[in-house]
Unconditional design. Structure first.
Length: 161
């Protein structure tokens, strides 16, 4: 299975959480500069910003029901046990829409049902790291077993004015 971690660009806190989820995967805070805080904010503010992680994954077709059941169990545990969770949602990649009459006549290409995007948001790095302590082993074992590929992408909000 191919695993791609786009964790480095998000800074040290994201590295720690990504490392917990992927079991190290060669990630190290010592190799990176500290996470940048917003302009005018103290450096320690980076640890108190929300942590948002998107995971793009392709689930093996014969494991899709097992994966969905596992995610349902994990969400229940997040709701009852974890503190600081703001979003914990799974999205199926929607089929492509036809570009015009010619595409409609040929039938629109659609994404396989086993392609998903998982989105989680935590109050701060500490909440994400606490979650990663129990979720990391599940990602490293069951998720890896049930998926063909997985890519972790830490996100930062962009203020639009």
């Amino acid at each position: 299975m191919r695993i791609s971690a786009s964790i480095r660009a998000a800074g040290c806190g994201a590295l720690l959480v990504g490392s917990l989820l992927l079991g190290g995967a060669g990630l190290s805070c010592a190799q990176d500069a500290p996470a940048a805080a917003p302009a005018g904010a103290p450096a320690s503010a980076a640890a108190h910003r929300p942590f948002i992680l998107m995971v793009e994954l392709t689930v093996k077709p014969d494991r899709e029901q097992d994966f969905l059941k596992l995610l349902q169990q994990m969400k229940q545990r997040v709701v009852h046990q974890d503190h600081g969770n703001l979003v914990y949602e799974l999205f199926a990649v929607a089929p492509a829409r036809p570009a015009g009459a010619a595409a409609a006549a040929q039938g629109a290409a659609s994404a396989p049902a086993h392609q998903y995007v998982f989105l989680e948001e935590w109050r701060d790095q500490a909440a994400a790291a606490a979650h990663g302590k129990w979720a990391g082993p599940i990602v490293r074992t069951s998720w890896r077993e049930m998926t063909e590929s997985m890519r972790l992408v830490p996100l930062d909000r962009v203020a639009l004015r």
